[in-house]
Design a protein around this ligand. Structure first.
Ligand code: BES
Ligand code: MN
Ligand code: MN
Length: 453
């Protein structure tokens, strides 16, 4: 029944998703505030049409949160669906093969910013709900909370959650904002990394200087910053910040073996990324390096002259944005503090440094023995004909840890993207098949979860 509903409505589902994808809801770009709001309003209307009892556009200090609910019967379990309608900035624009906010389907994939992260995945939930309403098969209560600030740190969602605990009362949180291994190997994410995101500023002389007149005698902040950054890893690829690994949970041999059982081809990995070799922390596999190990990366670095041609200058300042991915039981506050202390400690006297924390979030692991995880597993088994593999994803959804702390709720991370979908990159895409199978799997989740409660 559900299969048929999806099939006969798939063109409309895609048309509607395209409409949402055309709205440039880039949360980081203050010039697009109105468009971010438009995306929220679009969802409000679609929730209404799909048959919710109530839907509200909740104002925050930043972008609004869309909250909707359908209470079938208060004695039935309640699923709280979370997702985000904001997207990352689309640049560099010239690397897109088609404009980021003009969605097109090519080779069975929807190309647009947000197609996978996370508009496409949020929209599967709207359409799964619509289908269950139309077919009169919604087996439990459902609440939706879709925010517009995930890509900028979810600051106002934290406040919303703390202030609306009664309204958010539920039994489980369901999120589709992660990836499966491949269409042949469905998987369910059982852990996400946390994040500490820092910006550093290194100041040398009080103005840009002639690099011939002063070069060699005055510290060059770009040279100094490069050296400081280089010193943050040792020859084994380990982060050198004192105490960085102190709280890291080392997994048992059995747990590591389970992680490495997931299908993975290093050759394809390298080929897909156009690299001849990989690198990382010694003693760990690629899947471990991205799943269960903490890391440090420079996201951007600038300073001095970067315009056309050459300008001989010894710059006054250098900057970098540096992020660290965290794993259990590292805490983002603690790591932020350790980083700040260390970065100040390794700065030579010839420069001044300023370290600012931009945002962060705690790592999260979700139970794999809960009724909800088993229901998700059964849903994949039913729709994909294969038992999904539990995986640890390297990305972060900081709000998942907060849901546990503030609401006492576990999350099921039932995402349908692929690592190769180029989220946050040019030419982001999402498989039409992933979208349609996702809708079916979500419906199957509701059925299995309701049966087990
Ligand atoms: N959906 C991603 C997180 C993700 C991607 C999890 C792939 C698992 C697999 C999310 O939208 C995201 O990009 N999060 C940010 C963190 C946020 C605080 C900006 C991230 O991971 O960089
Ligand atoms: Mn996302
Ligand atoms: Mn994202």
């Amino acid at each position: 029944m559900i299969k048929q509903y999806i099939e006969s409505n798939q063109q409309r589902f895609l048309d509607e998703l395209f409409e949402l994808l055309r709205i440039p809801s880039v949360s980081a770009d203050s010039r697009l505030k109105g468009d971010v709001r438009k995306a929220a309003e679009f969802l409000v209307n679609k929730f209404k049409e799909a048959g919710v009892d109530t839907v509200e556009l909740c104002e925050t200090k930043g972008h609004p949160i869309v909250f909707a609910e359908k209470i079938v019967n208060p004695s039935l379990p309640t699923v709280l669906v979370y997702g985000h309608y904001d997207v990352q900035p689309p640049d560099p624009l010239d690397l897109w093969h088609s404009p980021p906010f003009e969605p097109v389907i090519k080779d069975g994939k929807i190309y647009a910013r947000g197609s996978c992260d996370d508009k496409g995945q949020v929209y599967m939930h709207v359409k799964a709900f619509e289908a269950m309403m139309k077919l009169k098969t919604l087996p439990c209560n459902v609440k939706f909370m879709v925010e517009g600030e995930e890509e900028v740190g979810s600051d106002n969602l934290g406040t919303f959650v703390r202030e609306n605990k009664a309204r958010l009362k539920a039994d489980i949180i369901l999120v589709s904002d992660t990836a499966i291994i491949s269409l042949d190997h469905p998987s369910i994410t059982a852990g996400l990394r946390g994040l500490s995101y820092m910006e550093v500023e290194v100041t040398g002389p009080n103005r840009d200087l002639h690099s011939g007149v002063y070069g060699g005698a005055v510290a060059n902040p770009v040279n100094v910053l490069s050296k400081m950054i280089a010193s943050l890893h040792d020859e084994n690829g380990r982060v050198t910040i004192p105490g960085f690994y102190d709280k890291v949970v080392e997994l048992s041999a059995a747990d590591r073996e389970a992680i490495n059982k997931a299908p993975f081809s290093l050759d394809n990995y390298k080929k897909e990324l156009g690299i001849d070799d990989i690198q990382g922390e010694k003693g760990y596999t690629t899947l471990e390096r991205t799943g269960i190990r903490p890391t440090l990366d420079v996201n951007g670095i600038w300073g001095g002259y970067t315009g056309e041609g050459a300008k001989t200058v010894l710059p006054s300042k250098a900057f970098a944005k540096i992020s660290m991915r965290l794993v259990p039981n590292q805490s983002n506050e603690e790591i932020t503090e350790l980083f700040t202390k260390h970065f100040n400690a390794i700065a030579p006297k010839s420069v001044k440094v300023k370290v600012t924390a931009l945002h962060g979030g705690q790592p999260a692991v979700t139970p794999t023995d809960s009724a909800a995880f088993k229901a998700a597993s059964a849903a994949f088994q039913e729709v994909w004909g294969k038992k999904p593999i539990p995986t640890r994803d390297g990305g972060s959804i900081p709000i998942v840890a907060l849901f546990k702390d503030e609401l006492g709720l576990d999350t099921v991370l039932m995402g349908f993207g692929l690592d190769s979908d180029a989220i946050h990159s040019p030419n982001e895409h999402y498989g039409v098949k992933n979208f349609l199978l996702g809708i079916e799997t979500i419906v199957a989740f509701y059925n299995h979860y309701s049966k087990s409660n």
